[in-house]
Write a protein that binds this ligand. Structure first.
Ligand code: G1P
Length: 294
């Protein structure tokens, strides 16, 4: 029987150099999109996908993340005495949301290394990985879409997206063959090979890995075995390639819109589009944008 995925790992120990100086004293995972920190979007996605336990792999200077998901007695008390009921509910919802555990990654040695740090907290069971830079706006949460595939095949599943050739070398890229699934042939793939950040000319396809993974615990052995790869780091993509020798891995071209909030352009796009979708802000903001007459 397929074991249920109960835990999601959030690597959050990166230095956030692309957002300096904003990230000098603040973790990039806490940058707000409209009024919610990046990482909260991912945590909510996990929760809405049925994953209850969150493991955040943090580094130095990341205590704001822990404070964010913790209870803030002073703030709650203040809001209570000022009768700010709605705000109080919003603040409480964050700390009540989910069970969070933290583990330190002392050195930023790569995504694969970050996932390996979570081994003890994950144990020998399947788990999800969410990269909070990748914001995915979807009717069915992206992780839920992957879990549906995982529950069918009992095998690891990666989120895939077609990206333009000129951008492909920013991603892990797969060589994959389409598999018939749910009466269709257009979303599910069986992975044949994976390469982390290939040169555009060497990319095996235009199918990039996006930051959602459902993994089985064999990945830990693979991550312990492999050598540093692209950028001198232990890469999750390389770990997956190693694991592919012994078991099938699937890829799923998810439904939904993905924003690369780890990039300035992507961050701005996500801010604008998510604000436009908001019931409390959208209408006025749309009017404002139209008035700009760009
Ligand atoms: C990471 C992964 C890469 C993946 C990407 C998705 O790269 O290593 O395989 O395609 O996330 O966002 P990063 O963007 O952290 O360099």
């Amino acid at each position: 029987m397929t074991r249920k995925v109960r835990k999601a790992v959030f690597p959050a120990a990166g230095l956030g150099t692309r957002f300096l100086p904003a990230t000098k004293a603040m973790p990039k995972e806490m940058l707000p999109l409209v009024d919610k920190p990046l990482i909260q979007y991912g945590v909510e996605e996990a929760k809405h996908s049925g994953v209850q336990n969150i493991i955040i792999v943090t580094g130095r200077g990341k205590s704001a993340i822990e404070d964010h998901f913790d209870v803030s007695f002073e703030l709650e008390h203040l809001l209570e005495t000022r009768h700010k009921k709605d705000l109080l509910a919003t603040v409480r919802a964050v700390s009540d949301m989910i069970d969070v555990a933290y583990i330190r990654q002392k050195e930023a040695l790569g995504l694969g290394h970050a996932v390996l740090r979570a081994h003890e907290l994950v144990g020998e069971e399947p788990f999800a990985v969410i990269l909070s830079d990748d914001i995915i706006d979807a009717e069915t949460p992206c992780l839920r879409q992957l879990l549906d595939v995982y529950e069918f095949y009992s095998a690891p599943v990666l989120a895939l997206m077609e990206v333009p050739h000129e951008n492909i070398s920013a991603y892990g890229v797969v060589d994959a063959e389409p598999v018939a699934h749910n009466g269709g042939r257009d979303r599910l793939y069986r992975i044949r090979n994976l390469v982390e950040k290939p040169k555009a000319a060497d990319a095996p396809s235009n199918l990039a890995i996006i930051g959602r993974y459902v993994l089985t615990p064999e990945i830990f052995t693979s991550l312990e075995t492999i050598q540093p790869g692209s950028g001198g780091e232990i890469q999750l993509t390389d770990g997956l390639k190693h694991m592919l020798r012994s078991r099938p891995i699937y890829g799923y071209k998810f439904e939904g819109k993905r924003y690369d909030a780890g990039d300035k352009q992507g961050f701005l796009q996500a801010t604008v589009e998510l604000a436009l979708k908001r019931h409390d802000l959208g209408e006025d903001f749309r009017r404002y944008l139209k008035d700009l007459k760009l």
